[in-house]
Design a protein around this ligand. Structure first.
Ligand code: B12
Length: 499
């Protein structure tokens, strides 16, 4: 559809967060992407309703009811690449059926990275590319005042000749000038998330956006174009104090792509937080290996004193050749050294890894599992996140490599729903190698003997024991026979077989 008449009588935007395909019961974070967009919409006199499909079993009815009021200017859908698009399409279908005159706007990382095929889908009227904080209110005002979306910064539409047209993005708002996310736009009592072992009352927050580094697989190469901007330390402190005052939260789940880029800001932040009257705890801040090595012993102590608990450290591979091709700018020796330094502190490093890159050999995946075991051995505090299986994102150098090595990109939005993060996406591997990578994804979830998520929760009671076996095999690279995986496949087959 193409909206054409102004809607001065409409004043509401409905924002939908579809299931991500990775919902552990009791471990779902409030949808920060959308809660962030509520205040800027309010600032221009509009109302925003946030509909989190993961937490509202009656979401279809809620969406239909909102649309039936006749006040909805647009329905906005957020999506990452992969299974989340599927739920986004469901919400778009409900919207279209309820009132075909309500424009459907897609935003978030997928629409920003894969613009053309998103725009060409019949259930997409417009996309917002990059951050929505300025573009979405501008888009909604344009719909209200003119009914058209022709020249809204950061907004893409199909032009009259059916060609995609995307207006350049507006300048990004300095983070110190942004309002707090509107957390109570959802029912916070429904989010007692213990995702990654974080306390259930944690609220998610970002103090910076983007990242200047060059990892060849990362969405940031396109989304933030390697730019990084951050809230000042004093503003971060006042934001956290405001969060505590309004919502009572002291546990913060930090979602910055990389929190520690500016060491001066880190030092100032630590200072600010130490003098705050509220004792905050910061969970899961992302940190590069190189940043850990840059910290002095004093830095590490002040980071702990500031309230940092578990940190995510992106290791990605246990093989230098692979790390080099990922342009990670660290080596396996750096990882071991960073781990040794972290072992002297109370910080809990949760290390993340990837596999299934098109140029990767299976023995290099063995190296990664080997390194996981070594990290836990050197630092019993260390936790291992389940190995992620690479999914190439358009616009990244890795995507080009994948194409040149036989990967065929999905042609349409439906095709992108089938990208998986627990299955090998690259056709160059043999069936055996693919199976090994998928097994490694599963088994790595047990490696630290504690495990974070459902990949292994079915065997939760056995995790200590299974973890010990997985560590032994990782250490000695004993992967030829994988009885746990054989058992798992057999059980799956049995449960699928007709009785
Ligand atoms: C939290 C998070 C999650 C949560 C889900 C979110 C939630 N609320 O529960 C969980 C942990 C479940 C999750 C899962 C996954 N995630 Co995730 N996640 C994140 C993370 C760390 C933060 C998201 C966030 O809140 N950012 C802060 C907000 C303010 O920024 P934002 O989301 O970009 O939103 C802005 C714009 O995008 C835009 N916008 C967003 N939505 C909309 C909607 C409309 C209508 C408009 C107009 C604008 C708009 O406006 C917002 C404000 O400016 C990001 C990385 C990051 N730092 O952003 C990765 C990230 C989004 N995740 C990613 C991925 C790939 C995944 C997975 C799909 C795979 C994986 N291995 O992790 C899984 C799902 C697994 C599966 N299906 O098998 C990728 C997405 C890449 C892509 N091409 O889409 C990211 C970028 C991480 C990365 N570096 O690769 N994730």
């Amino acid at each position: 559809m193409s909206p054409s008449s102004a809607h001065a009588d409409r004043d509401e935007v409905v924002l939908v967060y579809p299931p991500t395909g990775w919902e552990d019961p009791g471990a779902v974070l409030p949808p920060l992407s959308l809660l962030t967009l509520v205040p800027p919409l309010r600032e221009v006199g509009l109302r925003a309703t946030v509909l989190d499909v993961r937490k509202d079993p009656a979401w279809r009815r809620t969406l239909e009811d909102r649309i039936a009021t006749g006040r909805v200017l647009a329905v906005g859908i957020s999506s990452m690449t992969g299974p989340q698009i599927h739920g986004g399409l469901d919400a778009a279908r409900v919207t279209r059926a309820a009132d075909p005159s309500v424009p459907i706007v897609w935003g978030g990382v997928h629409a920003s990275l894969v613009q053309e095929s998103t725009l060409r889908h019949a259930l997409v009227d417009a996309i917002v590319v990059g951050e929505g904080d300025r573009s979405l209110p501008a888009l909604a005002c344009a719909l209200r005042d003119t009914g058209g979306l022709a020249a809204v910064p950061g907004v893409g539409v199909l032009d009259d000749s059916h060609r995609p047209h995307v207006e350049p993005e507006p300048p990004r708002t300095p983070l110190d000038e942004m309002a707090l996310p509107q957390y109570d736009a959802v029912d916070l009592t429904r989010y007692r998330s213990t995702l990654f072992g974080t306390p259930a009352t944690s609220l998610p927050f970002v103090t910076s956006r983007g990242c200047p580094y060059r990892c060849t697989y990362c969405y940031n190469r396109v989304f933030d174009k390697r730019r990084w901007r951050a809230m000042s330390a004093p503003r971060a402190r006042s934001a956290f104090e405001e969060i505590h005052q309004r919502y009572g939260a002291r546990d913060i789940f930090l979602l910055d792509d990389e929190f520690f880029i500016d060491i001066q800001r880190v030092r100032q932040f630590a200072e600010e937080m130490r003098s705050s009257t509220v004792e905050f705890r910061f969970h899961n801040a992302n940190c590069r290996v190189g940043e850990v090595l840059r910290f002095t012993a004093d830095d590490l102590s002040s980071i702990v004193a500031a309230g940092f608990r578990q940190m995510f450290v992106g290791v990605e591979s246990g093989n230098d050749e692979v790390l080099d091709r990922m342009e990670k700018d660290h080596t396996v020796a750096d990882v071991l050294e960073a781990n040794r330094r972290l072992a002297t502190t109370d910080l809990v490093p949760a290390y993340s890894f990837m596999a299934g890159l098109p140029f990767e050999r299976v023995d290099q995946v063995h190296d990664t599992l080997h390194l996981m075991e070594r990290l836990v051995r050197d630092n019993p505090n260390a936790r291992i996140l389940p190995l992620s299986i690479d999914s190439p994102f358009p616009g990244t150098p890795l995507f080009e490599t994948c194409l040149s090595m036989g990967f065929t990109a999905p042609e349409d939005l439906e095709g992108w729903t089938r990208v998986r993060y627990d299955r090998n996406n690259f056709p160059g591997f043999t069936a055996d190698d693919s199976r090994f990578i998928e097994d490694a994804h599963y088994l790595s979830g047990f490696l630290d003997g504690r495990t974070f998520r459902t990949v292994s929760m079915r065997f939760a009671a056995l995790r200590g024991w299974v973890g010990a076996v997985v560590r032994l095999r990782a250490r000695h690279r004993l992967w030829r026979v994988r009885p746990l995986m054989a058992l798992r496949r057999w059980l799956r087959q049995r449960s699928r077989a007709p009785s």
